[in-house]
Design a protein around this ligand. Structure first.
Ligand SMILES: [Fe+2]
Ligand SMILES: [Fe+2]
Length: 353
């Protein structure tokens, strides 16, 4: 940097002669190269209340614009979030141009209605998946900008998911159908009610989105054309990133802050009950009548083949449980599997799969 300053010397003198101070430029020569700003330099406790980006030079006398609720690295940060952000940026897609809508053809009424009911449900839950993490972004210290930036990409992804499922409901003559009740039958706290970031991320990223990811990955089983296959495939890529965020965050928290592990286990206790029973309607493959019947019609191939559809649905639930167990292992919370704390219905599903 000092070398650059020498190279710029004549320009600076000329600019000063024109009346510019350029004192801010001199500050650069006093600092080390910006590549030194890395994870190690992130503060464990952030006292940054002025909206200053981590690594920027502080200025005295600024108003304290941010009453940030989340100011510790251990509750906010996660491994490899910069890479995850870059991937999110490079994998954006468009519901208007990347989905082969021309492959939609008229479907039998029962199939079309089931598809539209499922699409209505996804449109609703994608709102939650955007709104809820979105609430936390401005509550975090800007010292942890990697987390903030990743969550912003999640909001964009979920916005696209809302859009694409709404378009599917409207595109083939069916239209939006019934709202799924996600407020009754809830065990413990809902994702929507979480006030703490770790609470929210455990419920949303690890359980809620994890279950949806399994379903999207199996989209070929319930798709009737290339447009639907593309929607599930593209949405699955995005959901995989959101779930990866939850894992990388929880893994770091579990290692950096073992005293909060029990708290996380309690969130998982509650969320597992919802996953296993379908209470609260968060798991579309759960026992919620509206979504499970729609899925059974799609998977079986018609309303006269729902029994066959339910058999496939049972296999999907087992797959959901199995992939959840893998996530627990990845984030270092699989002790609950080995010490008998994990939900018995999920354990039975995994043993049976
Ligand atoms: Fe989504
Ligand atoms: Fe998501």
């Amino acid at each position: 940097m000092a070398q650059e300053m020498t190279m710029w010397g004549d320009d600076i003198i000329a600019a000063r002669n024109d009346g510019y101070s350029l004192s801010w430029l001199e500050q650069l020569s006093e600092r080390q190269d910006r590549s030194d700003i890395d994870v190690e330099s992130l503060p464990e406790l952030s006292d940054n209340l002025t909206g200053r980006l981590h690594g920027a030079i502080p200025r005295p006398g600024l108003p304290q614009v941010g009453a940030y609720a989340f100011r510790t690295k251990q509750e906010v940060w996660g491994y490899n979030l910069r890479k995850l952000f870059e991937e999110a940026v490079s994998r954006q897609w468009s519901s208007a141009t990347d989905v082969p809508w021309h492959t939609l053809e008229a479907l039998p009424d029962d199939i079309e209605r089931a598809e539209c009911q499922l699409a209505t449900f996804f449109t609703e839950v994608e709102f939650v998946a955007a709104d809820v993490p979105g609430r936390f972004i401005s509550s975090m210290s800007p010292d942890y900008d990697e987390t903030r930036q990743f969550l912003l990409t999640q909001v964009m992804d979920e916005s696209r998911h809302m859009d694409v499922f709404r378009k599917r409901a409207l595109a083939n003559g069916g239209g939006l159908m019934r709202r799924v009740d996600t407020t009754t039958g809830v065990v413990g706290g809902r994702t929507d009610d979480a006030r703490d970031f770790i609470e929210m991320s455990s419920r949303l990223h690890i359980l809620g989105e994890g279950g949806v990811l399994t379903l999207f990955r199996l989209g070929e089983l319930m798709a009737y054309n290339d447009a639907e296959k593309t929607i599930y495939r593209r949405a699955a890529q995005d959901e995989a990133r959101h779930v990866a965020f939850g894992i990388l965050h929880l893994k770091y928290l579990g290692e950096a802050c073992p005293e909060r592990r029990e708290e996380v286990h309690t969130y998982l206790d509650e969320a597992e009950v919802r996953q296993a029973t379908g209470a609260g309607g968060e798991n579309p493959a759960g026992s919620n009548a509206l979504t499970s019947e729609a899925l059974a019609v799609l998977l079986g191939g018609g309303k006269d083949k729902v029994d066959e559809g339910y058999n496939i649905l049972m296999a999907i639930r087992k797959r959901q449980a199995k992939e959840y167990f893998q996530r627990l292992k990845s984030c270092g919370f699989d002790d609950r599997i080995h010490n008998g704390r994990v939900n018995p219905a999920l354990l039975a599903a995994v043993k049976d799969s």
